[in-house]
Design a protein around this ligand. Sequence first.
Ligand code: CP
Length: 379
Amino acid sequence: MKDIILQNGHIKIYKRESSQFWQMRIKPPKEKAIRESSGCRNLKDAKEIALKKYNLLTLDKKIITLNVKNYHEYKGKHLLGIKNLKKTEIEYIIDYAQQFIEFNKQKVKKSNILEGKSIFNVFFEDSTRTRTSFEIAAKRLGADLINVSVKDSSINKGETLLDTVVTIGSMDPDLLIIRHPEYGVSEMISKTIDASIINAGDGSHEHPTQALLDALTIKNKIGKFRDIKIAICGDILHSRVARSNIYLLKKLGAKINVVGPKTLIPDDINDLGVSVYYDMKNGLKNCDIVMMLRIQKERILGIHIPSEKDYFLEYGLDFNKLKYAKRNALVMHPGPMNRGVEIDSKVADDVTRSLIQNQVSMGVAIRMACLKILIDNKG
Ligand code: CP
């Protein structure tokens, strides 16, 4: 039978006399050709397999490494916080993630650049965005992702945290993503097992991928960090998101106002190089971005604030308070949101002002970049 030619000659499907199966010759542009059996007797199935294979091979070639001349390439094996990163390392990760924004818009969002790699999500605290976006990021890069549900794990039978991570470590994982309510747990684990570690939130300390995804969102909306002013509002005291964002946005040149009741501003705030305000009117003045934080109800109601209603009246972002900021100021929130407590639904859902859904989408791209960079560095 005649050879079948597809994709301008990049795919050839043919049969050997000795075989019942269709063979494929696939030659991605500027690459060597590969030849293999499609495993199909049926021509239609063989064409489909050949096209899928061609798409995978060409997609992978689009995932490029940056021209590192302009960067201090991030060489770390772990990502535990923003505090100790250099400005150019942060820029490297953000720019590296840019290609995954495009990748995630494609019809086929699948690559095999992390094929054969094992990644564990180990969450000792609840999560929607972080856990699922790491899961989808890993799967889009072809890695195997294992979710360890701590609620169903042997921790409930008395196993220690250390025994749990050492057990996972014995399965030769490439990378662990750790969320834990206590400060420093990710760092402790990074010193215990051989895998790369990403801190997905440790108590009130840091949440580095949230700050990176927020920066990627700002970069794509505003295009710069220098000379922009950002108000971070609400429960600064308990917020790892606030801390990581302050470290990151200041390194990139933004000016930061923190705004909240005195009871929710940490004692060491003056060491962070930010301006502090206790009212929204002054705190939001001339701001380009208003970043609202979740009121951590489980920790503060009745202790640091009198009631949700009083809090909303004074610090909840509605369109009246948003007028204190610049005319077209944009709104961010890391989620999960307490609607009617720190943010009014009308503001949160106004797509002309709110970047909240963009943040979620940028989270996948940033996490794809972090997984690829760290696993490459470990290798
Ligand atoms: N922003 C954030 O960390 O959300 P989750 O708690 O849902 O992961």
